[in-house]
Design a protein around this ligand. Structure first.
Ligand code: ADP
Length: 491
């Protein structure tokens, strides 16, 4: 009973699309994460540097006071009129303090040495912590992290502690950029996943089209095996196009095989009809009035026996033919020395038909091995020699056999000087049940299967069989078989 697969059907296209989407998601995610962290780290580093620079600038400028900071001293130092850049101590460039104080994202608080706030550009987020160490650290702000820088201020000349500085960067710009980048990356990721999924789907739709075609064709053929449908071939050259071609070739072969079988059955029944009809005729005749007539009885039994023998031969030949079609599977790697077989058949025929002149031209200088089962080569030679005897004329009873070597092949010739075969029949004599002169061949006991058995056997061993003939002059059959290098014969 047919077992149905319980698993859900998921199209290859969907699997392909999901696979590509997942693959690109992983790759893109890794790349985006690397870029994202590099970019945000860089941004954060810049913010930190800015804060550090600001702290250094402010503390240096305030350090010029050289006395504990007071509101008055501070206001002089942060005078808006002093907005020009000042060159202090040689090449050192300093931004005016006022500029640092006006930078929106920095909150600056300055304290006197007693910790009293004497200047503030905004409320501080982190409580001031008065130490003699300079520090920059991240602290928890109301909405997000903030950067806090703290340091003592020393007088430039006397190196005396004159106050404290606290600079805070609320990191608003950085956080904004961070979130924007996050959004852009998430959107890009979604877009890439969707685009690669779609691309994968449409690509597989295009690439797997031959599979759909094969599927449709198989479905059509299984619903009606006699239908002559083939998979449409595509104008491309890849594995699936190859599969399509191979599939079509397989269908062609199967079709040919089915046709051959049908033809064979019809040929066989046609061939059997005549002997069966003859036997039936004789038996009916005997039943009616032949039993009492010894002559009729004798003739009928004789005729019946001849037809029975013919039927037996026919059945045997049909069996040989069907076996000949499977030599490739059943008789692999059979090594036979051609010289021996040809000589043996030659000697046998010479003995069997003393009235014939047999000649063998053997041009082979050494034993030649071919990949053929010995009995099959003998069977083919017997078929050809039998025909040569059968179709020789009484005035020229001569048969020539020849053996010669080609590049990688060995050639066996069987020639007679009999009635010959006309050109249009030369092509057809290898067909099953084909006889040039049906009545005469039948008289000689032929079923028209000998040459087709020979051809099938030889072709099964990758050889070929050809025929040259002309009416009245005789026929020459040539068998060509590939030679194999046999180490045994070499020895
Ligand atoms: P059959 O058993 O009838 O001989 P084959 O297949 O051997 O069948 O041969 C097919 C036909 O080819 C024969 O009926 C005959 O007419 C013709 N034929 C075969 N061999 C020869 C030959 N050597 N000379 C002339 N005709 C031949």
């Amino acid at each position: 009973m047919e077992q149905k697969d319980e698993r859900r059907f998921i199209s290859l296209k969907v699997k392909w699309a999901l696979g590509t989407a997942l693959g690109s998601l992983i790759i893109f995610f890794v790349v985006v994460m690397a870029l994202f962290s590099a970019f945000t780290q860089n941004l954060f580093h810049q913010e930190r540097q800015l804060l550090n620079q600001g702290m250094t600038n402010i503390s240096r400028q305030l350090g010029t006071a050289n006395a504990p900071l007071t509101k008055k001293r501070i206001s002089r130092l942060v005078d808006p009129n002093a907005s020009k850049s000042q060159i202090i101590s040689g090449q050192d460039y300093r931004r005016p303090v006022v500029k640092e104080l006006s930078d929106g994202h920095l909150v600056i608080n300055i304290y006197n040495p007693d910790g009293k706030n004497i200047l503030s550009t905004g409320p501080y987020i982190k409580k001031p912590h008065f130490t003699t160490n300079r520090s920059v650290h991240i602290a928890q702000g109301p909405d997000h992290d903030v950067l806090v820088g703290q340091m003592p201020i020393y007088g430039q000349k006397n190196n005396q502690l004159i106050g404290y500085l606290q600079v805070e960067n609320n990191l608003d710009a950085y956080t904004r950029s961070y979130h924007q980048l996050e959004l852009v990356c998430a959107l890009a990721l979604c877009l890439v996943v969707i685009a690669s999924g779609l691309l994968g789907y449409f690509l597989s739709l295009f690439l797997l089209r031959p599979l759909d075609n094969i599927h449709d064709t198989v479905k059509e053929i299984s619903s009606d095996p006699t239908k002559d449908v083939r998979v449409p071939t595509l104008n491309r050259n890849d594995e699936l196009a190859e599969l399509t071609t191979m599939f079509n070739e397989m269908l062609d072969r199967m079709q040919r095989y089915i046709d051959q079988q049908t033809q064979f059955v019809s040929d066989v029944s046609h061939e059997l009809r005549t002997p069966v009809a003859i036997i039936q005729g004789h038996l009916e005749m005997l039943q009616r009035w032949g039993k009492d007539d010894p002559k009729v009885l004798n003739d009928s039994i004789k005729a019946t026996l001849i037809e029975t023998k013919r039927m037996k031969n026919l059945v045997q030949e049909m069996l040989d033919l069907s076996r000949a079609e499977q030599v490739e599977i059943n008789f692999r790697n059979q090594h036979t020395i051609v010289n021996d077989v040809v000589h043996q058949v030659f000697n046998n025929f010479k003995m069997l038909y003393p009235e014939f002149t047999f000649r063998l031209d053997d041009d082979l200088k050494e034993p030649i091995t071919v990949d053929i089962y010995r009995d099959h080569l003998e069977q083919v030679l017997v078929i050809l020699c039998d025909n040569a005897v059968k179709y020789s004329t009484d005035d020229h009873k001569e048969i020539h056999l020849s053996l010669s070597r080609g590049m990688n092949t060995v050639e066996i010739g069987v020639q007679d000087f009999g009635e010959g075969i006309s050109q249009e029949n030369v092509k057809r004599v290898f067909d099953r049940f084909y006889r040039v002169d049906k009545a005469r061949s039948r008289k000689k006991g032929g079923n028209g299967l000998g040459l087709s058995i020979a051809k099938r056997l030889i072709e099964g061993y990758h050889g070929s069989i050809t025929l040259e003939s002309s009416v009245g002059a005789g026929s020459l059959f040539r068998i060509i078989l590939p030679i194999i290098e046999d180490p045994e014969t070499k020895k």
